[in-house]
Design a protein around this ligand. Structure first.
Ligand code: NAD
Ligand code: MG
Length: 302
């Protein structure tokens, strides 16, 4: 990026900015869950580029998978908008989590880091209680952690792999949200990260696509259930974003090299580019927005 370029989300002509990373990307592979800081090129989580305007002043947020990718971009944006933020992540992701915590604290906001495996019901419950007690309450819950491991043939998809995807992407949001609900009051916002895969499932993401369709139903059902309590629930459906998920078994290496190439914009989104949706849905400005899903796919639509 040229030194005088205006950074996103205020970059002019951002859609066609030739300085934004586009395929072909260098071939790269990491073991899941992967580290964002080992990616080439590095994803833009908004570290230096996201500017806040106080839209979440005084709010308290919990973001699962807030160490990297879309969750990290939301965490950084929330802190810049004036929120205190708790993030969760797996132990292997400590270096990415440290980075996000440092940025949040650099904004003068409280950062809570909680590590553990969301596939365990007991951890989900303890993690929520710990986050709520350290934050002094909870206003925003972002169910964002996810597992995506490609598999070309159904005959090769093991029960263990199928179960791990469902535990991470379907059970964990249920367990986490159920534990969080007693702490959420009128005006609170719940967000779940689904995917374009909910609507256009790829042949090699059989289990993942089903779990992401479940995430849309999560938002649509729970929004109706919680409307009388004044709690909003929405889903975000990203298309191809440049995150560790994709280079850590989410896509075959050859496909990851071309991540986003098929979109009209010809590139993947950078995590910072989806942060404004998470900010809007969390803010009081979205008071009539619930039970919806929001795409950011790169031009082809949901
Ligand atoms: P990412 O790898 O940076 O983030 C995913 C996070 O999930 C990890 O950082 C990890 O902390 C967490 N996680 C995974 N398994 C876990 C477990 N068992 N216990 C605890 N935490 C666990 O990748 P990302 O792309 O930012 O993913 C965030 C969300 O976005 C996911 O739900 C993913 O399905 C969704 N998504 C991503 C894309 C994309 O192209 N990157 C597209 C559509 C949807
Ligand atoms: Mg991570």
């Amino acid at each position: 990026m040229s030194s005088n370029a205006v950074q996103p989300p205020f970059r002019s002509g951002a859609l066609r900015d030739p300085s934004l990373p586009a395929p072909d990307f260098p071939a790269q592979e990491q073991a899941a869950p992967g580290l964002a800081q080992k990616m080439d090129p590095l994803p833009d989580h908004g570290e230096t580029s996201y500017r806040g305007t106080g839209r979440l002043a005084g709010k308290r947020a919990l973001i699962t998978g807030g160490d990297s990718g879309i969750g990290a971009a939301a965490a950084i944006a929330y802190a810049r908008e004036g929120a205190d933020v708790a993030i969760t992540y797996l132990p292997q992701e400590q270096p990415d989590a440290d980075r996000v915590v440092e940025i949040i604290r650099g904004e003068g906001r409280v950062a809570i880091a909680i590590t553990g495996d969301l596939r365990e019901e007991a951890f989900c419950k303890e993690m929520v209680e710990s986050a709520v007690s350290q934050l002094g309450g909870l206003d925003i819950l972002v169910n964002n952690a996810g597992r995506q491991q490609f598999c070309h043939k159904l005959e090769d998809l093991t029960t263990e792999a199928f179960d791990a995807t469902m535990k991470t992407n379907v059970y964990a949001p249920f367990w986490v949200t159920r534990a969080a609900l007693p702490h959420l009051e009128t005006g609170a916002s719940i967000i779940i990260t689904s995917s374009v895969q909910a609507f256009s499932p790829s042949e090699h993401l059989f289990d993942y696509a089903q779990s992401k369709a479940a995430n849309v139903a999560f938002a649509q059902s729970l929004a109706k259930q919680l409307a009388p309590r004044g709690i909003r629930v929405n889903a975000v459906c990203p298309g191809p974003y440049w995150t560790a998920l994709q280079v850590s078994g989410g896509q075959p290496t050859e496909k990851a090299k071309e991540h986003g190439a098929n979109q009209p914009l010809g590139r993947p989104g950078q995590p910072v580019e989806i942060a404004p949706i998470y900010v809007l849905l969390a803010s009081d400005e979205a008071s009539y927005i619930t039970g919806e899903y929001f795409g950011s796919v790169g031009g082809s639509g949901l």
